[in-house]
Design a protein around this ligand. Sequence first.
Ligand code: FAD
Length: 427
Amino acid sequence: MSNYSRRDFIKLVGVAGATSTVGWPLIASGKKGGRVVIIGGGFGGASCAKYLRKLDGSLKVTLVEREAKFVTCPFSNAVLGGLYKMDFISHSYDALRSKWGVKVIKDSAVSVDAAAHKVKLAGGKTLKYDRLVVSPGVDMRWNAIQGYDEAASQLVPHAWQAGPQTALLRKQLEAMKDGGVAVITSPANPYRCPPGPYERACMMAHYFKQSKPRSKILILDAKDKFAKQGLFVDGWNKLYPGMIEWVKGSEGGMIDRVDAKTRTVYPTFGDPIKADVLNVVPPQSAGAIALKAGLANKDGWCPIDQRSFESKMQKDIHVLGDASLAGKMPKSGYAASSQAKVCAAAIVSSLRGMEMPDPSYVNTCYSLVSPDYGISVAAVYRLENGVITGVKGAGGVSPKDADADFRRKEARYAEGWYLSIAADIFG
Ligand code: FAD
């Protein structure tokens, strides 16, 4: 097992679980009550809402989410590949309401008054808070690629926020002729889900192999290397020989412009490329509300105290998940959920005037190369000099030389991971 020490990993995850999840010591102090408002009911926000109520049932927790259901990006690539339907990745807020006593409001937060501790909603309501949690995920940086704005995304989907965009891309893949070329453009770091574009190529290839085997996938990348690269390339060679071509940034992968109407991409160097299906994953920033609330730096991401997730820009506001600058943790759903548990404990400790125990954090990211071929990367993190840092020797990527049985098991673990995190957050 190359650098993948599963025993160490499980040992450390046990520690992480004990400190950031169920094993957290019950916090008892004389003080009760307090209002926490959370913006965004995704991996970070919904996890935080539930774990705040678990830790302290006297807290009034209000979750503001603009959608009626949460559609996960994890496993949305598998929907594109035809393995699952949209229902599988859609989750309701019913259990958060009825089982955990979270007040869930379906509305958009439009502004934050940090001095007055108030959040204004599009529907006209104003919510007062003692602590605010902001976990809005990412928004696309429209026109960072010339010609790629919100209107263009209705013709050329990014599908980097799951939901209608996923359904649109799937429809386009279904309508594509056999022998067509699907082009995926992948941005420079940092962005949501580093291995996501490459898993997407796998899932498209799986679908093409079944339904339109003469088709090809071209990945135009702004980067020269990517997450789990060796494992992905191995999988492509084994399962989809000649079907997926990856062009690195320094060799023509960078793009300047998109013409959505003709589905044409204009690389920085080289000739325009016309796609049959075009999937642009544009550069991103923290969700718009974080920028509007003055929580982001000039690059569009939110600096935080990495122990408590409290914003470095605004007092009594915590920022989680993709929007935050969380040290070495990648922008993943598992990371956001792990951060949310630490943040919930930090908020309860601070409202009760108690010392917060030392946190630890965890992330595992599975990717499906095919329905029976999974790969993963895992890590455990601790705070070192105020920065979330990977624990040496814990985690790593799955072994390069694994046999078919190992890959099959990893694909099953991927499904198990998904079902268990969905149940942990929305169950
Ligand atoms: P989100 O989960 O996106 O939640 C943000 C929520 O806030 C949304 O529901 C949004 O509607 C809401 N919102 C935003 N602004 C407002 C507002 N103003 N008012 C009200 N509501 C608002 N991660 C994994 O761990 N494993 C995977 O296998 C994986 N696969 C992925 C595959 C793809 C294709 C992609 C794109 C991502 C994948 N990810 C995966 C990454 C994961 O989806 C994100 O990292 C995760 O969703 C981040 O959580 P979050 O809470 O920051 O944001």
